[in-house]
Design a protein around this ligand. Structure first.
Ligand SMILES: Cc1cc2nc3c(=O)[nH]c(=O)nc-3n(C[C@H](O)[C@H](O)[C@H](O)COP(=O)(O)OP(=O)(O)OC[C@H]3O[C@@H](n4cnc5c(N)ncnc54)[C@H](O)[C@@H]3O)c2cc1C
Length: 456
């Protein structure tokens, strides 16, 4: 589904990132002569997600010595595919949002990632009594929803959350099930935040590429594995400190010291917020404040597999309007693009976080409660896979959002380099495309470009 339902702004160019065509070509795999840089300077990149791998590939292609240090057992970070059920379950990113002009489109093609074109209109939304909302009702509600977002943007205040401003404008809508569905399956999914924590000013000040979204059908990790080819990646090494007080940057990972001339830190915002990495000297105060003021929430995913299909297989999406906002209100028909009888559902916002304390068997009861309201004879699933992004120590959340009480310009402050030695990449450093795989990718190219400029 389109993460950006509310297309106020679209960008086909990225002037702020000033990505040269050779940088993009280098990563996408297009043939282009890349001039090596004569230098004995070394770079360490912390984190082998798409941002870290993109940066490493660009530097490596220019023959700059680069080492990637990654805490997990494999590359990819939030591009993480679980194949234990015989089909790819993407725990993090699934979609390329807005494939037109999006650098991931070419990259995915070159990496051998297969895609499926989604159709947001292939959706039926059901009420708790099993009746389907009419097309007229949902179209009208969606128009009103779009207008309400514009109204909140106009009336937004730094110290009031989206929920507060929306609630003052439309008090009864906060308790209406169809509105809760839209505020959650569209807005909370898109921004990654519960509406009670979301900025009423900057919730949608980011940008989107054009075109109908595509889903990667053979695993998003295909892209990460492609980028990682030929790179020096040290797995299972968790960085605990970075000392940039001297000429070199000294990094401790698993009690072992590594040194380099430059470091690019790509660990997620949640990891920076937990202070698991000690900095000497401490990071500048404005950066520390920006890290503490911005936030990540939880979008959790659940893949369920049955022996037989019991839902309408013509549909790509099945919507549901439960009382509890964010509670399994949206089902993706996996059968449409993978050969399995599966549905993927989601938990958003505060409910998304709550699911992490709930056992698998209880989760199945809750999901089946929703599905049986629509399909009374639906059997229990044969298998289930799930995520727990809030408690995942490698990210402490799913993706960053514009937080109530702060401006989104904090993402720019987090992105600013320190002492021309310590650089920052990751989705949370790309204000225009935060919270996305392409935003993370672009940020890696941006930081590699900064180091190349210093060496060239
Ligand atoms: C549920 C979910 C759904 C999403 N859906 C989409 C989608 O459909 N489309 C889309 O475009 N985007 C989506 N995203 C967002 C997208 O996945 C991310 O924005 C992107 O993958 C982030 O890449 P990154 O390189 O910034 O961070 P990461 O991929 O998180 O990489 C950071 C790396 O740092 C490592 N690390 C952490 N701590 C340490 C340490 N101390 N030492 C060493 N290494 C460390 C981590 O293990 C990780 O590998 C989704 C994300 C989630 C969670």
């Amino acid at each position: 589904m389109k993460r950006r339902q509310f297309l106020q702004k679209t960008s086909l160019t990225i002037p702020s990132l000033a990505l040269s065509s050779s940088l993009l070509a280098s990563c996408s795999g297009k043939e282009q002569s890349i001039v090596p840089i004569q230098t004995d300077k070394e770079v360490i990149i912390i984190g082998a997600g798409i941002s870290g791998l993109a940066a490493a590939k660009v530097l490596n292609d220019r023959k700059i010595k680069v080492t990637v240090i990654e805490a997990q057992e494999k590359v990819g970070g939030r591009l993480r595919t679980d194949r234990t059920l015989g089909v790819p379950f993407d725990e993090g990113a699934s979609w390329i949002h807005g494939p037109k002009g999006n650098p991931l489109t070419d990259l995915a093609k070159n990496a051998g990632a297969n895609t499926f074109l989604t159709n947001d209109d292939s959706l039926a939304i059901f009420d708790t009594n099993g009746s389907q909302y009419s097309d007229r009702a949902t179209e009208r509600a969606y128009k009103d929803y779009e207008n309400s977002l514009k109204e909140v943007q106009n009336k937004g205040k730094i110290d009031q959350s989206f929920q507060q401003v929306f609630g003052a404008l439309y008090p009864s809508n906060l308790n209406d099930r169809l509105w809760k569905y839209m505020l959650s399956a569209y807005l909370e999914f898109d921004t990654g935040s519960d509406i009670s924590e979301l900025s009423s000013l900057d919730f949608y000040d980011d940008e989107a590429y054009n075109g109908e979204d595509v889903i990667i059908t053979n695993g998003y990790d295909t892209i990460a594995n492609y980028l990682a080819r030929g790179l020096n990646v040290k797995l299972n090494e968790r960085v605990s400190s970075i000392d940039y007080s001297g000429e070199k940057v000294n990094i401790i990972a698993n009690q072992q010291k590594h040194s380099a001339d430059f470091v690019i830190i790509t660990v997620p915002l949640g990891v920076l917020k937990q202070n698991v990495i000690a900095f000497n000297p401490p990071l500048p105060l404005d950066k520390q404040q920006a890290i503490s003021k911005t936030n990540m929430s939880a979008v959790n995913k659940f893949l369920l597999i049955w022996d037989n299909i019991f839902w309408n297989n013509d549909l790509q999406y099945i919507g549901f309007t439960p009382e509890t906002k964010g509670k399994f209100n949206y089902f993706l028909n996996v059968k449409k693009f993978v050969n399995t009888n599966g549905l993927m559902t989601f938990a958003f916002g505060n409910y998304g976080k709550q699911t992490e304390q709930i056992t698998d068997s209880q989760i199945i009861i809750e999901i089946m409660g929703n599905l049986r309201a629509i399909y009374p004879n639906a059997p229990n699933p044969r298998q289930m896979l799930r995520t727990k992004w809030s408690s995942n120590i490698n990210s402490y959340g799913s993706y960053s959002f514009a937080t109530n009480g702060a401006r989104s310009t904090n993402f720019d402050i987090i992105a600013t380099e320190v002492s021309n030695k310590v650089f920052f990449a990751g989705e949370h450093t790309n204000r225009a495309h935060r919270g996305t795989a392409h935003g993370a990718y672009e940020s890696g190219l941006r930081e590699a470009n900064k180091i190349i400029k210093l060496l060239d």
